[in-house]
Design a binder for this molecule. Structure first.
Ligand code: ADP
Length: 598
């Protein structure tokens, strides 16, 4: 028993506890996992929007480049430069301030006289004049593309070109000859102006902007490339400069400066494509103010979005920020998942524990049953042997004619008869029990009067009891006791009960039979003054093979089947058999059989 408890503890209980603990830990991590999953999902969304905005701005740039190419092809570069603003405005309706730079690096448009007419151009000259004509350096953000491949260039060279061409020497001096490593210094990385919630405040990568400015003059920045986008902050306002050199040999540079009005519109056009009831989206500018929102008009703690993506060099420090419509929902669903997991784990553990304790209990029961069966075999063989020995002994004495006195002869014959009866009873009990176990026991049910049946049993039994020194009385309600029953079976129950009363009354030899009819039930009670049945065993004694320790110790022989059989018979007759302690010592066994009148 100790060993199996140890095995149970080591092989089932302990591993279950460890598994449960591990599973609970995993459940605890669910919240983090769900948040991370949601963050990854939404991050992919803002990444996609950011690249769409970037693509839209670059698309505009390509359109601008195409317009310039067409205009230069039609008018020639220097002629276009002279009348740049008016020629461009026909083909480019989106606004902005055009600028052109001559092959000598001079700002050819806006001219000072043109700027005098227009406040915006004037302001442009003040802010950008020195930088664009390479007289001052500035902090810039830029993307650029090189000139197309050679074959394409050859094709283009075949096109008519009216503009005066700068020499190759001039070109390289102007744009390609500078030590870029010295001039194009990367300035220090800057802080991002928002901190997405998904990132811990200590997460450096989230706080620092991925968009890095350079400190450079215009010509170095432009280098030998064909076209590009250059962004810079002028008095805290973002300006976007589209520029292109339509031909590497012509070396004219045409540009267009765009302000917030132009790129706000692009952002606002793109956002509605991403409408989702669970999330709110905003395009935040470099001051972390929303320039477009989806849905319109929502507000949030702009600097603490759930996730965000920087748009990049084309709109430096602008962010696509995503806010959860209902932030509690995420916690709630994480809680739900955790609770479900914990419940499942608890259920699984309970099932394991219940299952194993059931197995343990069953094993114990089987062991106890096996023990009882072993006891039964030794009890029964003893019970068979004792009467057989006396029968044989007395029969031999009589057969050898060694007993002369008729009185003795008579006594010996009676002993032989009663011992045979005991044997028969035991064999009957064992056989009947076997039949009951296999459900093979059949009853011969008939409508009878039980009074004469009881009378017959009592006559024989009381005679034997009195001879054994018992006082035996029958206290009877007047008959008849009509019942539908198998009279042999009922008689067997009575004999078993009387025999028990006799067996378990070693000192006070007093047995009483009471028969009483009430509520359509015949109650047959056998009362004794014997050793009694301890209270907790009053039900157990009806179990097969069970024998109380007291009766074992007192050396009384028995099979542990008599009462089991008697109760089965009683219940098969829709009645019952119960045991109660008797006042003043001893026990009362009561057999109840329903009376019937047909
Ligand atoms: P057994 O062959 O052991 O008598 P039973 O099924 O008839 O088997 O009885 C089961 C147990 O009930 C007995 O072993 C005994 O401990 C207890 N018992 C039965 N009848 C009495 C009684 N009249 N007084 C005290 N104990 C009894």
């Amino acid at each position: 028993m100790k060993r199996s408890a140890l095995i149970f503890f080591a092989a089932i209980f302990l591993p279950s506890l460890v598994l449960g603990w591990l599973a609970l830990r995993t459940a605890g991590g669910q919240r983090v996992l769900i948040e991370r999953q949601a963050a990854d999902l939404h991050q992919a969304e803002t990444d996609a929007i950011a690249s769409t905005v970037r693509a839209a701005i670059e698309e505009k740039q390509r359109a601008f480049v195409e317009i310039i190419r067409t205009l230069v092809a039609r008018h020639g570069a220097s002629a276009l430069a002279e009348n740049y603003a008016s020629r461009l405005s026909v083909a480019w309706p989106d606004g902005g301030i055009p600028f052109a730079i001559s092959p000598q690096g001079m700002l050819a448009w806006p001219t000072t006289s043109a700027a005098r007419q227009d406040r915006n151009q004037q302001e442009f000259l003040v802010n950008n004049g020195a930088f664009l004509s390479n007289k001052a350096e500035a902090e810039i953000y830029q993307t650029q593309q090189p000139f197309p491949a050679k074959e394409e260039l050859k094709l283009r060279a075949a096109e008519p070109e009216a503009a005066p061409q700068a020499s190759a020497a001039e070109f390289s001096e102007l744009y390609a000859n500078k030590d870029q490593a010295v001039l194009r210094q990367k300035t220090q990385s800057q802080n991002r102006n928002i901190i997405p919630q998904k990132n811990a405040p200590a997460d450096k990568a989230a706080i620092l902007s991925k968009v890095a400015p350079e400190f450079s003059d215009f010509q170095t920045a432009v280098g030998a490339s064909a076209q590009g986008i250059l962004a810079r902050f002028v008095q805290d306002d973002l300006q976007l400069l589209y520029w292109t050199r339509p031909d590497p040999n012509a070396n004219w540079l045409f540009g267009l400066m765009l302000g917030p009005a132009q790129f706000d519109r692009i952002a606002a056009d793109i956002l509605p494509e991403y409408s989702n009831p669970d999330t709110q989206l905003a395009v935040l500018n470099e001051k972390a103010r929303p320039v477009a929102r989806q849905p319109a008009g929502f507000s949030a703690d702009w600097k603490r979005p759930f996730v965000a993506t920087e748009i990049g060099e084309v709109l430096p420090h602008w962010e696509i920020a995503l806010y959860l419509t209902n932030p509690g929902q995420l916690t709630e669903s994480a809680r739900l998942v955790t609770i479900t997991l914990v419940l499942l784990i608890a259920l699984a553990l309970a099932a394991i524990l219940a299952g194993s304790s059931f197995v343990a209990m069953d094993t114990r029961r089987q062991l106890a049953l096996a023990q009882k069966k072993t006891d039964f075999v030794s009890n029964v063989s003893h019970e068979l042997k004792t009467p057989l020995t006396s029968i044989r002994m007395f029969a031999e004495l009589l057969a050898d004619n060694r007993v002369k006195e008729p009185e003795k002869q008579n006594r010996y014959l009676r002993i032989i008869a009663s011992e045979s009866e005991r044997l028969a009873r035991l064999v009957n009990n064992v056989l009947d029990f076997a039949r009951l176990e296999k459900n093979h026991k059949t009853y011969d049910l008939r409508q009878t009067d039980l009074h004469p049946v009881i009378e017959r049993v009592w006559e024989a039994e009381s005679l034997r009891l009195r001879e054994a020194g018992f006082s035996a009385d029958w206290n009877a309600d007047p008959g008849p006791y009509p019942a539908r029953c198998d009279t042999d079976a009922i008689a067997q129950v009575l004999v078993n009960l009387i025999s028990n009363a006799e067996k378990y009354s070693p000192d006070h030899k007093d047995i009483e039979l009471r028969t009483h009819v009430a509520d359509q039930t015949l109650q047959i009670s056998i009362l004794d003054r014997g050793i009694g049945v301890p209270r907790p065993l009053e039900e157990k004694i009806f179990e097969a093979f069970f024998r109380a320790d007291d009766s074992l110790a007192s050396g009384v022989q028995g099979s542990g089947l008599g009462l089991t059989l008697a109760r089965r018979i009683a219940r098969d007759h829709h009645g019952d058999l119960t045991c109660h302690p008797r006042e003043g010592g001893g026990s009362i066994f009561t057999l109840q059989i329903p009376t019937t009148n047909d």
